[in-house]
Ligand binder design. Structure first.
Ligand code: PEP
Length: 252
C-alpha cells in the first residue's frame, strides 16, 4: 500500500515571528513541485500565524508542537486545538521526548492530547521512543508497546487512520547519533505490527511512521530506502532551509 512520505521539521523553541516567516518562505519556494511527498513545519506558537501566511500558496503544512484537549478554559500556559487551527495549523506534534523528559508529560496526558487533537480535526504526530538505558536493557519493544497502547487508548479505528506516528529514539535526538537504518526499520516494523494488532492490518498499512533522531542530509536517503520508514521528523537540520530542503528532496 503506497503511503505518501512526510518530511516534518520541528523548530522547537527557535525564531521570532519575522525569522520564522523568512525561513518558511524559503522552504515554501523550495517545495513548489513536491507532488509526491508532504512537507510539514512546526514553528513556536508565537510565529505560527506568520508562518501560515508565508506558506499559504504552497503545499507546506503547519503544525503545533503540542496542544491541549480542551477548546478553552482555565489551562494556563496551554494552547487549544481551536486556537492552533485559527493560527493556521492542520497538524500537531504530541508526546515529543522533550515534553516527556523535560516537562514530565506521561502517556495518560499524551493520550488526552491525542484525543483532543483528533476531535478537532488536527492530525496528531504521536512520538514514541526509548531511552538509551531502556535500549541497553533490551526493553525497546516493551517501551514502544506501552507508549503506543497508552497513547492510543480509546482512540477508535476511524480516528487512528488519521494519525501519524514518529519513532524517535531518545538517544538519537539532538545527539548527532542516528539509529542505523536497520535499527529504525526494526522499530518501524514493530510499530506497524502493533497498529495491525490494535486495529487491523489494512489500517496499519496506511498509517505513516516517521523516523526522528539526528536526521541529516547525508543519512536521509538510506533511511528512506527502508520499507517501513515513511518520512522523517527533523529537529536541528530543519532550522536551515538548505539542509531541510535537501532532506525534503531525498532520493531513496
Ligand atoms: C526532534 O526534535 O524531533 C529531533 C529528531 O531532533 P534532531 O533532528 O535534532 O535529532
Amino acid at each position: 500500500m503506497a503511503r505518501r512520505p512526510l518530511i516534518a521539521g520541528n523548530w522547537k523553541m527557535h525564531f521570532t515571528a519575522a525569522e520564522a516567516a523568512q525561513l518558511a518562505s524559503s522552504i515554501a519556494r523550495g517545495c513548489r513541485n513536491m507532488g509526491d511527498r508532504e512537507v510539514m513545519i512546526a514553528p513556536p506558537y508565537t510565529a505560527m500565524a506568520a508562518v501560515a501566511a508565508a506558506v499559504q500558496d504552497s503545499p507546506v503544512l503547519v503544525a503545533g508542537q503540542n496542544v491541549c484537549w480542551e477548546k478553552e478554559g482555565a489551562f494556563t500556559g496551554e494552547i487549544s486545538p481551536v486556537m492552533l487551527k485559527d493560527a493556521g495549523a492542520s497538524m500537531v506534534i504530541l508526546g515529543h521526548s522533550e515534553r516527556r523528559h523535560i516537562f514530565g508529560e506521561n502517556d495518560a496526558l499524551v493520550n488526552r492530547r491525542v484525543k483532543g487533537a483528533l476531535l478537532h480535526d488536527l492530525v496528531p504526530v504521536l512520538c514514541v521512543g526509548e531511552t538509551l538505558e531502556e535500549r541497553d536493557a533490551g526493553q525497546t519493544f516493551a517501551v514502544l508497546e506501552n507508549q503506543m497502547k497508552a497513547g492510543l487508548a480509546d482512540v477508535g479505528a476511524e480516528e487512528a487512520g488519521r494519525l501519524v506516528i514518529a519513532y524517535e529514539p531518545v538517544w538519537a535526538i539532538g545527539t548527532g547519533r542516528t539509529a542505523t537504518r536497520e535499527q529504525a526499520q526494526d522499530a518501524h516494523f514493530f510499530l506497524r505490527g502493533m497498529l495491525a494488532g490494535l486495529y487491523e492490518k489494512k489500517l496499519a498499512d496506511t498509517v505513516r511512521i516517521l523516523y526522528g533522531g539526528s536526521v541529516k542530509p547525508d543519512n536521509i536517503d538510506s533511511l528512506m530506502a527502508e520499507p517501513d520508514i515513511d518520512g522523517a521528523l527533523v529537529g536541528g537540520a530543519a532550522l536551515k532551509s538548505e539542509s531541510f530542503l535537501r532532506i525534503v528532496q531525498y532520493t531513496a
